[in-house]
Design a protein around this ligand. Structure first.
Ligand code: ADP
Length: 202
């Protein structure tokens, strides 16, 4: 692709117009954490709650995206990077469409999350969904740790691949200390302050 042959085109409807109509800001709430930490559980519970409250909200979930947009990618370092690059770009498109996009991806590497942040500057909120490996392994909701330990899955995060925790997350949700309902309340509180339009409700 020759970049000299492409040029950005301006929208006539601005993000500000969309935000005024929605009565909340657009942005990305990026949930990162180990497999089994609770990202999907919290993402869908939060989506349900916010939707009921009138928020334009949509979950981009790692597993779902791997069935479609990223069906051609595996779990090598390079493919994981591309997985998150595409997810970050799609999440940014949702944000610029005025949505509150909840993105639930293990996203183990800091550099990949930084690239996702760069796709939506000023509108990216990193949430560390924290649970220690022993707890995640005990939960093992999809049986993946058992398979990883049996050598049936390679490059499994925190088993035979690294997880780089966020250094300065906007929010930490510790799912070993609070139940699902309490975690969702913490997320709703964060959204209420961080996605508020000046003078308006979320
Ligand atoms: P992830 O998307 O991070 O891989 P999942 O949401 O698929 O994790 O699985 C998390 C598991 O942990 C579920 O079985 C869920 O019921 C359980 N769980 C226990 N406590 C919590 C909590 N406070 N928040 C989220 N999930 C929890």
């Amino acid at each position: 692709m020759d970049p000299r042959n492409i040029a950005p085109v301006e929208h006539r409807i601005t993000l500000c117009d969309r935000e005024r109509r929605n009565a909340h800001l657009g942005g990305v709430l990026w949930l990162t954490g180990l497999s089994g930490a609770g990202k999907s559980t919290l993402a869908f519970a939060l989506e349900e709650r916010l939707f009921r409250d009138g928020v334009q909200v949509y979950v981009l979930d790692g597993d779902n995206v791997r069935y479609g947009l990223n069906a051609d990618l595996g779990f090598s370092r390079k493919d994981r990077g591309e997985n998150i690059r595409r997810a970050g770009e799609v999440a940014a498109l949702f944000a610029y469409a005025g949505f509150l996009c909840i993105a639930a991806f293990i996203s183990p590497y800091r550099a990949d999350r930084a690239a996702a942040r760069d796709a939506a500057p000023g509108r990216f909120h990193e949430v560390y969904v924290r649970a220690d490996l022993a707890t995640c392994e005990q939960r093992d909701p999809k049986g993946l740790y058992r398979k990883a330990r049996a050598g049936e899955i390679a490059n499994f995060t925190a088993v035979d691949d690294v997880y780089e925790p966020p250094e300065k997350p906007s929010l930490v949700i510790d799912t070993t200390k609070s139940d699902v309902e309490c975690c969702v309340t913490q997320l709703v509180d964060y959204v209420t302050t961080s996605f508020r339009l000046e003078g308006g409700p979320v």
